[in-house]
Design a binder for this molecule. Structure first.
Ligand code: C5P
Ligand code: MG
Length: 126
């Protein structure tokens, strides 16, 4: 376009946090019942951090967010009952419609730090 910027760009974000007993498990702003949670200096919200990294600086460069597609990799607990709450929370935080927010959940098949229940990862594409 006139600005020299492409009309359409994709952003990608990734984050990881350790899991610790007694910490709250907060994903996309939603508190998930669990006896362990995400550790870190901040709220350790691994999903929000992956999403904000994917979006970072987009508005400064004149872009507008259209959709989010994110994946959380966590061995347990099961998150699927919280899918809509997490989608609504991300939609509210980013100012887009909930039907344009996708959140998926995967285990790591008991392999590696995520699979051993020591950490959680999130990836986001916008
Ligand atoms: O990782 P896997 O393919 O075995 O996940 C199987 C199912 O479990 C998927 O439908 C996924 O959404 C769900 N799941 C979940 N919470 C997790 C991990 C997976 O609800 N922490
Ligand atoms: Mg983080």
């Amino acid at each position: 376009g006139k600005t020299g910027l492409p009309a359409f760009r994709i952003g990608q974000g990734w984050d990881t946090h350790r899991l610790e007993a007694g910490r709250p498990l907060i994903l996309g702003g939603i508190r998930i019942p669990s006896d362990f949670g995400l550790a870190g200096h901040s709220d350790a919200d691994v999903l929000f951090h992956s999403v904000t990294d994917a979006i970072r600086l987009a508005a400064d460069e004149g872009y507008r967010l259209i959709n989010i597609d994110a994946t959380i990799v966590l061995e347990r607990p099961k998150l699927k009952d919280f899918r809509d709450a997490i989608r609504e929370s991300l939609a509210r935080a980013t100012g887009i419609a909930v039907h344009l927010v996708s959140v998926k959940f995967k285990t790591a098949e008991r392999v590696g730090p995520v699979g051993e229940g020591r950490s959680c990862e999130a990836q986001a594409v916008v």
